[in-house]
Design a protein around this ligand. Structure first.
Ligand code: 2NL
Length: 344
């Protein structure tokens, strides 16, 4: 019996040593120390032993159980430690790896262009003024010499909200409001950038929502030559020192006389090409001397005060500057388009 117990002990200890995981170890425990295990079996047969041997075998059986149990315990602790070490090793973070690049945003091309134009005019002493995009019929049309029934109101098919309220069709109402605030006293020297709205069908050159920058200078003794000087400075700073400008007669209801300004074509150097449609000149903006009716309605004495005004479309400026062929690129927000214009 003694041999049988020692044999079982060796057998169990070998299996503990061989166990590769906690599960295998549990199996050894059940197999040798369980109620139906061989050691229990041996103890059950103790009744057949002589009385003096019983305590000796009983003691030995208990010692064997104890020893196997301890071995399992020790091995279990070891296996758990190994498992933890393995897990830690697998989850190690390599702090020397380069980080994943975080995509960074940037200014929209239109925002950059508008800020560039703003800075340029700020450099010439202009202030930036803003105003509401939802405007009254009075400031959008009436105050700009466009009375009800004026044909130019049809020309600028608008988004009306009520009979008297609409989405502004140009940024001129901001200038009308600015003049009004000055209560008939000069000088006024502002540029007004912002979104404007017109009922157009969107295509490569039309958008129902776009941006505009207008400028206004009102003071005593303001002349057409002042306008020309300011616009010439703008054209050279924006498009290059080598550019020429020319003014052509035009018509706007809020200016008299009115002009349109062209810049010389850089693509062909004035020879004529597809960009300038063979003329050597590219139209950039409209301008003129503020109509006396507009000055009067804003509270200025047109006998004492004169002014010039101009208006341009930043989308058009950007399209010319960067050779963009479709105005819709500004509003469809294709990241591949927009990313081309980030300055660092
Ligand atoms: C264009 C032409 C223009 C103005 C805008 C203006 C504003 C006031 C008084 C007089 Cl308050 N004029 N603005 C004048 C001439 C032309 O814009 O083609 N814009 C894209």
């Amino acid at each position: 019996m003694k041999e049988r117990l020692l044999e079982l002990k060796q057998e169990a200890l070998d299996k503990v040593t061989a166990a590769e995981d906690v599960k295998g170890l549990q199996e050894v425990r059940v197999q040798y120390l369980g109620k139906k295990g061989p050691i229990t079996e041996v103890l059950r047969g103790m009744g057949k032993l002589p009385a003096e041997e019983r305590p000796v075998i009983g003691q030995l059986a208990n010692d064997v159980r104890e020893e196997i149990s301890n071995a399992i315990e020790t091995k279990q602790t070891k296996l758990e430690e190994q498992a933890l070490e393995k897990q830690l090793a697998e989850e190690t973070i390599d702090v020397t790896l380069p980080g994943r690049p975080a995509p960074s945003g940037g200014r929209h091309l239109l925002t950059s262009i508008i800020e560039e134009i703003e800075d340029l005019f700020i450099g010439m002493g202009f202030e930036v003024a803003e105003g509401p995009e939802v405007e009254s019929d009075y400031y959008n049309f009436e105050a700009l010499n466009l009375p009800k029934g004026h044909p130019a109101r049809d020309m600028q098919d608008s988004f009306y909200i009520t009979e008297e309220i609409l989405m502004r069709t140009h940024t001129s109402p901001v200038q009308a409001r600015t003049m009004e605030k000055h209560e008939g006293k000069g000088p006024v020297k502002v540029i007004c950038p912002g979104k404007v709205y017109r009922r157009d069908t969107d295509d490569a050159t039309h958008s129902h929502q776009f941006t505009q920058i207008e400028g206004l200078l009102v003071d005593e003794h303001v002349r057409m030559s002042d306008l020309k000087g300011v616009l010439n400075e703008f054209a050279k700073q924006m498009f290059g020192e080598d550019r020429e400008i020319r003014l052509r007669p035009s018509f706007f209801p809020f200016t008299e006389p009115s002009v349109e300004m062209d810049i010389s074509c850089k693509m062909c150097g004035g020879e004529g090409c597809s960009v300038c449609k063979g003329t050597g000149w590219i139209e950039i903006l409209g301008a003129g001397m503020v109509h006396p009716n507009v000055l009067q309605m804003a509270g200025y004495d047109p006998e004492k005060y004169t002014g010039f005004a101009f208006g341009m479309g930043p989308e058009r400026i950007a399209m010319l500057k960067y050779g963009i062929d479709d105005i819709r690129h500004f509003y469809t927000n294709d990241i591949r388009f927009l990313n081309q214009f980030h300055k660092a």
